[in-house]
Design a protein around this ligand. Structure first.
Ligand code: BGC
Length: 763
């Protein structure tokens, strides 16, 4: 039976010897029932909490079912239960489903002295059970409404499973395709990344956090995790202030302003200081300058890892450094629960810091409505009804098709005819019902994605045959979040069957790429080509039938220059979640006209990495007849496909780029966009600026506006953009935001190489 926290506190009070001051709190608590603010309730609660209970609120344990990181030595089920009963746990992660949540919440609420409810966190990264496209794919839609909708649905489905909090969105900006976690974010650009970050936070949190359909979001990883050296997971980050302020921090600032409830710090060090112990980031920037009122959680075990970083001599010092730096909650290091009370008692840590952290945590719990009803998220009947509901699937399909990017369409090989042709589908991924779910889908069932083969059968009446060609993954090896994927690099024995099928078909659809578990956390790669024997398979098939549509499935940019050169049709099909095959079939057969645009530059070769569109000009940007300019001897500087790139089954032209300065720091830009093709289509109109000279050098191009428009064939639309201080300015190396006078160029078009240009000069 449910007990309200207030009752429990009062009972706890009555069972102690009341001092005068306690009696006063008790009185004030009674009056809080009707009208006191959350802050006053927290004051009252803090006064009756023991130091150990406060520290308990700052402790998060992993549940007993799944692990998303190395499991610490301490942490047997029995030990965790014991701590839970003592009120030494404030939160749990990786607990899923109403039954599990309820069982643990019951202990917290009914068996601990104060009955403070737990907050349950989970990595709801792209859907909870109904898996939507991986976040990088969704970013390719450039459609903020559907990105918000996706997060909203995920929140609802997670909330009915008893969860209150997602460790998402990941809003790290990154430029290195080797890093496995690029699949988890919004791409390489701080402007697009900020817009997507805010949309996701809005989706998860809604307008009312106490609604049983919303959950708290978590902006992660604070900060600069996306800049790990050489894309190698957990590696060192060493970047300058300009990159920090202008590229890394903007999305975090935006979501702090938009009211995100929590932040997660990061595994990496930043310029010699591990982010978890970085006072500048967490206390000065986040909590002071940005006035963030929520709480900061460490990353998994990252407080304990301060020792391995060489920043703390032992767990005790790590605890002291982390808490002083502003890490409010400890995920799975058992550092706070073991060391923090002792540190306070010996005077090394001021209890005020503990009170501040606990206040932040309790505030979020209050805002979630957990104190009103700790089981508000625990309704098994609703869980049954809502999980995997039809609407979620319809939305997942909509999001998936909008995330697809058409990269090449020579001689209009696409869309394919729906009847009367013989279609061969080749590639292990085409028939895979798990890989398209991607990584970070702990709560989903394996094998629940619609495969490409299934999607094609549904959307066309063609004669369709499938041949695997080759395994991508060595058969019977374990594929899970915690194991390396074993790729087949030798076995070509099934090529023959694929080749004879290709030979007798009118068109070949080859589905190639990475397994869904080849990207994600701890999935860095030292190559970014098609893994295993797939490139070889592609070239062999091409020898017998050149009419190929290549459908790529991957969680990171891949380099496929040969395919770009030779294959007439290329579609970027990412890992699109449960509706993958349906979405791809709709695009291939023309039921949906693609409108996605790459949120990350695709390099030609690994040697170019990190490659990104908003680079600096250098002092020697152009060839001047000799070798002394910024270039490679054996490769051009151009990408395979630039940021913002994506085709449609129609075409667009841009003209009349007008620029008008309307105020000191306000510029209006307008452009006419015409649909010059034969069918209706959608275009993401992109605006880039170049601040030509400044006190800190600015990139050659910076995205500062975009708008998605739908235009009928032969019609045109005027699109207007307003550039204000926010778009025109930048941060100097002291972290000050400036708008400087001088000349700017504007470029508008369908990708970051847009050629239509104009200029203006700010006074
Ligand atoms: C990841 C976080 C994640 C956490 C909990 C860590 O390994 O870096 O992003 O939220 O695990 O699963």
């Amino acid at each position: 039976m449910r007990k309200s926290l207030l009752v429990i506190i009062i009972i706890a009070f009555n069972s102690c010897n009341k001092t005068n001051s306690e009696a006063k709190i008790s009185d004030s608590m009674n009056s809080t029932v009707v009208n006191n603010s959350i802050e006053q309730k927290i004051d009252s609660l803090l006064e009756i909490m023991t130091l150990e209970e406060k520290v308990g609120q700052m402790n998060q344990y992993n549940g007993f079912w799944d692990a998303t990181g190395p499991v610490p030595k301490k942490g047997s089920q029995a030990e965790k239960y014991a701590d839970l009963k003592k009120g030494l746990v404030g939160s749990m992660l990786n607990v899923r489903g109403v039954k599990q949540v309820k069982a643990l919440q019951q202990i917290a609420v009914e068996e601990t002295r104060l009955g403070i409810p737990l907050i349950f966190g989970f990595d709801v990264i792209h859907g909870f059970k109904t898996i939507t496209p991986v976040p990088l794919a969704e970013a390719a839609s450039w459609d903020l409404n559907i990105i918000e909708k996706s997060a909203k649905n995920a929140a609802e489905e997670a909330a009915v499973a008893g969860l209150n909090w997602t460790f998402a969105p990941m809003i790290d900006i990154y430029r290195d395709a080797r890093w496995g976690r690029v699949m988890e974010g919004g791409g390489e650009d701080p402007y697009l990344g900020s817009k997507i970050a805010v949309a996701r936070v809005k989706g998860f949190q809604g307008d009312d956090l106490s609604s049983s359909k919303t959950i708290a979001a978590c902006a992660k990883h604070f900060a600069a995790y996306g800049f790990i050296e050489s894309g190698r997971e957990y590696n060192t980050v060493d970047i300058g202030t300009s990159t920090l302020y202008n590229t890394v921090l903007p999305p975090f600032k935006e979501v702090a302003d938009a009211g995100v409830k929590t932040f997660m710090n990061a595994f990496n060090e930043l310029n010699g200081i591990p982010a978890t112990a970085d006072t500048f980031l967490q206390r000065e920037v986040l909590k002071k300058d940005w006035n963030f009122k929520g709480f900061v959680i460490s990353d998994w075990g990252s407080i304990g890892e301060l020792v391995a970083h060489g920043y703390a001599k032992d767990l005790k010092q790590a605890t002291e450094l982390a808490v002083k730096a502003g890490s409010d909650m400890d995920m799975e290091s058992s550092a706070y629960v073991e060391e923090l009370a002792g540190l306070v008692k010996e005077g090394a840590v001021n209890e005020k810091l503990i009170n501040d952290a606990v206040r932040r945590i309790l505030r979020v719990k209050y805002e979630l409505g957990l104190f009103d009803d700790p089981y508000r998220y625990c309704d098994e009947k609703k869980e049954q009804e809502i999980t995997g509901k039809k609407q979620f699937h319809e939305d997942a399909l909509d999001i998936a098709k909008k995330s697809i990017v058409l990269l090449k369409n020579d001689n209009n090989i696409l869309p394919l005819k729906k009847q009367g042709i013989k279609v061969a589908i080749i590639g292990a991924l085409a028939n895979d019902k798990t890989s398209p779910l991607g990584n970070w889908r702990l709560a989903a069932k394996e094998g629940t994605a619609i495969s490409v083969v299934e999607g094609f059968r549904k959307y066309s009446g063609n004669e369709l045959q499938y041949a695997k060609g080759a395994d991508l993954v060595i058969p019977n090896t374990e594929i899970s979040m915690t194991q390396e994927v074993q790729v087949n690099t030798t076995n070509t024995s099934e090529f023959g069957e694929a080749l004879s099928l290709a030979k007798k078909s009118d068109v070949v659809v080859m589905v190639l790429g990475e397994h869904g578990m080849q990207s994600g956390e701890a999935r860095s790669r030292s190559t970014i080509d098609l893994p295993g024997v797939q490139q070889q398979l592609l070239e062999e098939v091409y020898k017998v039938n050149e009419k190929i549509v290549l459908v790529l499935m991957n969680g990171r940019p891949l380099a496929f220059p040969w395919a770009k050169e030779n294959i007439p049709g290329i579609i970027e099909g990412w890992q699109l979640g449960v509706e993958s095959g349906n979405a791809i079939a709709q695009v291939v057969y023309g039921d949906y006209n693609p409108s996605g645009k790459l949120p990350m530059t695709f390099p030609k070769s690994l040697g170019q990495v990190p490659l990104y569109y908003n680079y600096k000009n250098t002092g020697r940007p152009v060839r001047d007849g000799n070798v002394f300019w910024s270039h490679y001897s054996d490769e051009t500087n151009d990408p395979l496909y630039p940021f913002g790139y994506g085709l449609s089954y129609t075409s667009f032209s841009y003209e009349n780029l007008n620029v008008e300065i309307v105020d000191t720091h306000e510029v209006m830009v307008s452009v006419d966009v015409m649909n010059t093709g034969k069918v209706k289509g959608k275009e993401v109109v992109q605006l880039y600026i170049h601040d030509e000279y400044a006190s800190v050098t600015r990139p050659v191009r910076e995205l500062k506006g975009f708008e998605m428009i739908a235009i009928e064939s032969g019609k045109s639309k005027k699109v207007e953009f307003k550039l204000t201080e926010k778009e025109l300015g930048f941060y100097n190396n002291k972290g000050e935001f400036l708008v400087e006078p001088g000349k700017f160029s504007v470029f508008v078009g369908g990708d970051s190489k847009a050629e239509l240009t104009n200029t203006f000069t700010l006074k």
